[in-house]
Design a binder for this molecule. Structure first.
Ligand code: GLV
Length: 330
């Protein structure tokens, strides 16, 4: 029997390509060219599956142009690059990579919180620039982390991981807001208290955003929300660009209406709002929260498992829209 064809849209571990090649005719992109949409559609013609990494927009127009496509396997837990309703309507399955990155991403969220509160990058730049010629009592005095109030907006798996680190590791008082309240056992494990969004903004010393991006969460933190935060508070975003209004945040940081921010994700990344690059009180990282070698391998393995299991046995591991299976393309 001839093998089905798939596309791997971005560069990935050679071992992952080799594994996929045992089951499929693979078109890879190991030179990691950034294809425009027309090129992506062209490359997808005749392919039964695609391995995506979160930046490729899969929507009704693309699905109509690629009638052989049956599965889009994202190597990411977030899937706002997928129009899931359009995929379900077209009988195309979407998968993501939950669980395997939870603890690693929670580690990074906490690292960014610490770096932001304790002014790590700002002070390192000062030292590297040769400006350190004497110690001073108030040099880079930051915000206390231990014993302070940690606010979490979006209390899924990663949010819970950050809450556990704060409560158990740093003795923080954890409050959270989420679309739905967690059950009592989960709240107890995280030592977290449910509050409304206004209370979260008002009371948090450190506010961490871990909610998924959707039109409903677009600019969930804008000028009005920043104005409700303490002037001493810090804000950390490890969720998605677009959840924070970056222009409003840069202005709030410049005017010291909040103390500092730590951002791993940006509106329109890899572009970064120019105003964020000129304010000192922000720690900026290039969307690397899940980037450890072990976790990235686990994510690649899971995305590959989804392609292999679905296209060879009809059994994806982590389907996002299992209802698509009823009308699935063949
Ligand atoms: C990374 O941002 C992911 O969604 O996995």
């Amino acid at each position: 029997m001839s093998k089905l064809s798939i596309l791997v849209a971005r560069a990935i571990f050679p071992e992952t390509i080799a594994r996929l090649a045992q089951c499929f005719e693979v078109t890879a992109n190991q030179s990691d060219d950034l294809w425009d949409r027309a090129t992506l559609i062209e490359k997808l013609r005749g392919k039964a599956g695609v391995f995506t990494t979160g930046g490729e927009r899969i929507d009704a127009e693309l699905l109509a142009a690629c009638p052989d496509l049956r599965i889009c396997a994202n190597m990411a837990v977030g899937y706002n690059n997928f129009d899931l309703a359009a995929m379900t309507a077209a009988g195309v399955l979407g998968t993501n990579t939950p669980d395997v990155l939870t603890e690693t991403t929670a580690d990074f969220g906490f690292a960014l919180l610490l770096a932001t509160a304790r002014r790590l990058t700002e002070s390192e730049h000062f030292l590297r620039a040769g400006q350190w010629n004497k110690w001073a009592f108030d040099m880079f005095a930051g915000a206390e982390v231990n014993g302070s109030t940690l606010g979490i907006l979006g209390m899924g798996r990663i949010g819970q991981g950050i809450a556990r680190r704060g409560a158990h590791g740093f003795g923080m008082n954890v409050i959270y807001h989420n679309r739905s309240r967690l059950d009592a056992a989960t709240e107890a494990a995280c030592k977290a208290r449910y509050v409304d969004k206004a209370t979260l903004l008002r009371e948090a010393d450190h506010l961490v955003l871990v909610l998924p991006y959707s039109p409903a969460s677009h600019h969930a933190i804008g000028a009005a929300e920043l104005a409700q935060m303490k002037p001493t508070a810090t804000l950390v975003n490890v969720a998605r660009g677009g959840i924070v209004d970056d222009a409003a945040l840069a202005q709030a940081l410049r005017e010291r209406r909040i103390a500092a921010a730590g951002l791993d994700v940006f509106e329109g990344e890899p572009r970064v709002h120019p105003d964020l690059l000129t304010v000192p009180n922000v720690v900026l990282t290039p969307h690397i929260a899940s980037a450890t070698v072990r976790t990235r391998r686990a994510m690649a393995d899971l995305a590959a498992d989804n392609l292999i299991n679905f296209l060879t046995q009809g059994q994806p591991k982590t389907p996002l829209n299992p209802e698509a299976l009823a009308g699935a393309r063949r």
